[in-house]
Ligand binder design. Sequence first.
Ligand SMILES: [Zn+2]
Length: 202
Amino acid sequence: MRVPANDMPGKAEHHRSGRELAEAVLTQAPYSPMHAPVLVLNASYEPINICAARRAIVLVLKGVAITEEINGHLLHSARIAVRVPSVIRLLEYRRIPHQTRALSRKNILLRDRNSCQYCGVLLPSSELTLDHIVPRSRGGQSTWENLVACCHPCNHKKGNHLLHECSMKLLREPRTFNLHTSRHIMRMMGGSDAKWRKYLFY
Ligand SMILES: [Zn+2]
């Protein structure tokens, strides 16, 4: 599947490596090999998701998926040693509906790649807040189009103002987060990982 050129990472993001972004996005969990991100491919080799290594190993042990690439770590249990995957592939083709992801704080931060949508600073999830572009006190709704990741200083500066009232600007138009957006993020996260690259860029 081809993705239009305008869906590729913008120039402003080139100075951040995929690994840095992956770390920013995954800072909720303390880093361990079990939390390492694993790329999930459909039976057709189309990238469809990213999951934690722990979940990927369960899928492989259940016979739902096979390991396509390993990340070099070995997981030992009492009886067996399992190679920790870097890329897995589902054995049965799964239809992926073009559905919207659930509106949640986690998904908004993921969509906005853990960066403040006003000043662009990249922060761990715990240091970001959600900003209603049109404030709730002025009739703004909690929707994909009206919520963005925001740092505390920008949030404070904006207060209950509309953007034109405080001369602030959004770095990009907030959109609904769907599979198309997810694929964009997979590319951003996998761009520096040679084992992911061949599945993400074609
Ligand atoms: Zn900011």
